[in-house]
Design a protein around this ligand. Structure first.
Ligand SMILES: [Zn+2]
Length: 105
């Protein structure tokens, strides 16, 4: 199962699942790539029917807020658009054009 490409603060170890300029825990601007467990749990979900310009023609698609096992909360697309509910398990598949794709686990 693919690991999730998180970002770790080089000074205090705080983990992020998205690009950051300064660490919100210690203010450091030094970061390193840090792969973490790609398994997670759906926190919230919605169906996008009117996407932004970058995703025109892909609608409708599922977007979930996912809590990774590493205690990082991210926003992700869900492959094959299953009807997920909060608490359902998902697994990281890949990052594509800055978008994280997961599938039902
Ligand atoms: Zn830090």
């Amino acid at each position: 199962m693919p690991a999730f490409p998180a970002t770790e603060c080089a000074d205090c170890g705080e983990l992020y699942g998205f690009p950051v300029v300064a660490c919100r825990a210690c203010g450091s601007e030094s970061f390193e790539a840090h792969d973490v467990d790609g398994s997670g749990t759906v926190y919230a979900r919605t169906t996008i029917r009117v996407p932004g310009a970058d995703h025109q023609g892909q609608e409708p698609f599922e977007v979930c807020v996912v809590d990774l096992a590493a205690d990082i909360r991210i926003t992700a697309r869900i492959l094959d658009n299953p009807g997920l509910s909060p608490g359902d398990s998902v697994q990281f598949v890949e990052a594509r054009d800055g978008v994280f794709f997961f599938e039902a686990a």
